[in-house]
Design a protein around this ligand. Structure first.
Ligand code: USQ
Length: 387
């Protein structure tokens, strides 16, 4: 297949490019390096020294029989997007190219509007370009499990059958997201569903949980050349990766609030498998298909306890501290999201257990001198008036 990967320089985009290239697909990666700009705005550095996209692609193309190509540009530039899509003629488009940080989107009015403008308009441009250039393409869009929030009912995969006053319909599942970033993905989903309905496009929206992990089969071929970003900072760092970095620097693990919040998680290797499964199972024309992409869910306290007990086996004695929650989110809540679609299509999940955590700890330990303590602070508060 010819697969266009938008946002192909990122934590997930780059490993996806290598994985699908190794499976024999022609890959074109597009990125505008926006995450790098935000990193420099906040003085953020990733844990591992990640090579430039050019260097990674060159090295990959030396070692592999399938080549990866790349183009630098922005989805907000409609002319650029049309040119890329009309020349490459993809069979599938995987769309990761969005501002991915909830805290960033809550930092100020400017960052909230940037997040929504960048994500929603970029996605809208993509829909128009698909309609114009390749209406049969399979769009695989990265959504987020956080689109649903934590409603007091079971979370279905995208759609829900509703009976109301004696009548019934199948409607998009109601959304109760927790940040302007998560909201941007809600708006994307609504726009894509509409485009599928009116223009007969086809899309898989992957509502993904929090990803953890550092390596994949392709990264392991040559870690220094192919590693992807690892954030532990308060903007891009996600919870498990932060906990592991806190542990190896002998800090306590910062659980926000009372830690009874529940979230869905998956290993980075399972992200790649899910994407591959999506590419191989193409939805019908006009279909807006939603998969909930996570493999297990647990409370933040359970996660912290798991990292602490894995750390104990390696001689660490960090504790869990429950700090005042900088976010506004439900802490005690019902949580039961479904995830049967990807499993029924063949996903065999990697279990988040002590062994997996120990593997990550050992890798992070090698780079612990790069960790900057001041980056751990989760300074961004959801209620700007708290200051
Ligand atoms: N949290 C802590 N301690 C920390 C950091 C976070 O307790 O040091 C808590 C947060 O309050 C939240 C949970 O951990 O309840 C998850 O936070 P996170 O920063 O790991 O993840 P989140 O902001 O939700 O966003 C991440 C990705 C985003 C993706 C999303 C999937 O950055 O791109 O969409 O995970 S999900 O969470 O399912 O919406």
């Amino acid at each position: 297949m010819k697969i266009l990967i938008l946002g192909g320089d990122g934590y997930l985009g780059w490993p996806t490019a290598m994985h699908l290239s190794e499976k024999g697909n022609d890959i074109l990666v597009v990125d505008n390096f926006i995450k790098k700009k935000i990193e420099s705005e906040f003085g953020i550095e990733t844990l591992f020294p990640v090579k430039t996209l050019q260097e990674r692609v060159e090295k990959w193309n030396d070692l592999s029989k399938n080549k990866i190509e790349f183009a630098i540009g922005d989805l907000l530039n409609y002319r650029f997007l049309n040119e890329v899509i009309s020349k490459f003629k993809p069979d599938s488009i995987i769309h990761y190219a969005e501002q991915p940080s909830a805290p960033y989107s809550m930092a100020s009015r400017e960052r909230a509007t940037f997040t929504q403008y960048n994500n929603v308009i970029g996605n809208l441009n993509l829909l128009f370009s698909i309609k114009k250039n390749c209406p049969n393409v399979h769009l695989i869009k990265l959504g987020t499990l956080g689109e649903y929030g934590t409603p007091n009912i079971d979370i279905e995969e995208g759609w829900i059958d509703i009976k109301h006053n004696g009548r019934s319909d199948r409607l998009l599942f109601p959304k109760k997201p927790g940040s302007f970033y998560h909201l941007s993905k809600v708006h994307d989903s609504a726009n894509i569903e509409f485009a599928c309905r009116i223009w007969n496009l086809r899309c898989t929206d992957l509502n993904q949980g929090v990803v953890y992990g550092t390596t994949t089969d392709q990264i392991n071929k040559d870690f220094e050349s192919f590693c992807t970003s690892y954030h532990y900072d308060g903007i891009f760092g996600t919870i498990i990766n932060r906990f592991i970095a806190q542990l190896v620097t002998k800090k306590d693990l910062t659980v926000f609030g009372n830690g009874t919040q529940r979230r869905g998680f998956l290993n980075i290797i399972d992200t790649l498998k899910c994407i591959e499964i999506a590419t191989l199972n193409v939805p019908d024309k006009g279909e807006f298909r939603v998969f909930n992409q996570f493999t297990e869910f647990s409370s933040l306290n359970e996660l912290a306890d798991l990292v602490i007990s894995a750390g104990k086996e390696l001689g660490y004695d960090s504790k869990k501290i429950n700090i005042k929650n900088p976010r506004i989110e439900m802490e005690d809540h019902y949580y039961n999201p479904k995830n049967t679609s990807l499993i029924s299509l063949g996903l065999k999940p990697i279990k988040l257990n002590k062994k997996e955590i120990i593997k990550s700890i050992k890798l992070v330990e090698k780079y612990k001198n790069n960790i900057k303590d001041n980056l751990f602070d989760a300074k961004i508060k959801w209620n700007l008036n708290d200051e």
